[in-house]
Design a binder for this molecule. Structure first.
Ligand code: DAK
Length: 258
């Protein structure tokens, strides 16, 4: 299917999605988020795609939701139309891992989109921020919630209330991103991480994603129980036998997602 606002490509077993509204620094409008959700859903169904990487341009991952699209909308428009809810839900329904490869600006909805991914690899030029306060609004896709869980209350309040940008080094120190690399290495690093994930059993990988995401929702004892039960259930898979046999036989495991 042809897309207008994203470019999709399969690199080996990785689905690569590049946000592509360069003139607007990849500002997120309904079309872009709709296309992104659709591309991810197609990749979810495609057995050849085992992990996703979402990226933008060198200058901007995404500079936020499209301010020009939102400017004239009323409360009734955004509330009754439930702005961005179906689009966010579509991304959060994806069960295969998604890595955000962020260079340049990841602001507002752009920062929130990166946080919807399973982890973020940033270039040393990355800048994260929730500057909605400067527009007389506030974050609306996780900037007060996911960001607070990721970097804690003090830094989240600072970011959301002042609208300041956080550079890559501070973002890594704060737990927002998992790795920082030079810009020229960003895609190599992200694709290599995705390629490593793609070699694993997809059943195991999807179970791990579910379990880690439960950590944000459940009290510790419930989360630990969920983790233990899913761990137990993986012993019903052929891939558990293969993984452990391969270790004992000192060879690479050949997982079959069964
Ligand atoms: N929307 C629309 N256009 C944007 C944009 C944006 N967010 N960001 C940049 N652009 C456009 C600029 O208008 C400009 O277009 P032209 O004037 O050339 O036509 C072009 O991209 C290049 O931008 P600049 O000329 O400004 O480039 P600079 O290098 O000088 O500055 C910048 C880069 C990133 C610092 C600056 O562009 C900037 O401050 N951008 C806005 C950042 C921002 O405020 N982001 C937050 C947006 S509000 C919701 C959920 C979520 C949200 C809302 C609702 N619901 C669930 C209801 C999210 C809201 C937001 O994200």
């Amino acid at each position: 299917m042809a897309y207008e606002t994203i470019i999709i490509e399969t690199r080996g077993r990785v689905g690569l999605v590049q946000l592509n509204r360069p003139k607007a620094l990849n500002a997120l409008n309904l079309e872009l988020l709709g296309e992104l959700g659709q591309a991810l859903a197609e990749g979810q169904k495609n057995e050849k795609v085992r992990c996703f990487v979402i990226t933008g341009s060198e200058k901007a991952f995404a500079a936020g939701a499209d301010i020009k699209m939102m400017a004239s909308q009323s409360f009734v428009d955004v509330f009754a139309g439930d702005l961005f809810t179906p689009e966010e839900d579509a991304i959060m329904r994806i069960r295969k891992p998604i890595i955000a490869a962020v260079s340049g600006y990841a602001l507002g909805g752009g920062c929130e989109l990166a946080m919807m991914c399973d982890f973020i690899i940033a270039s040393d030029t990355a800048k994260f921020g929730q500057p909605e306060v400067n527009l007389g609004v506030m974050a609306g896709m996780g900037g007060t919630q996911r960001l607070t869980k990721l970097i804690g209350r003090a830094k989240s309040m600072d970011m959301n209330l002042t609208g300041r940008f956080m550079d890559a080094e501070e973002a890594e120190r704060s737990g927002l991103v998992s790795r920082v690399v030079p810009t020229k290495d960003l895609m190599k690093e992200a694709l290599s991480a995705a390629g490593k994930i793609a070699e694993k059993s997809m059943i195991t990988v999807m179970a791990i994603k579910e379990a880690v995401n439960r950590a944000e929702q459940l009290p510790l004892t419930e989360g630990i129980l969920f983790e233990r039960r899913v761990f137990h259930s993986l012993f019903a898979t052929e891939d558990q036998k293969e993984g452990m046999d391969a270790f004992a036989e000192k060879r690479e495991a050949q997982f079959r997602d069964k």
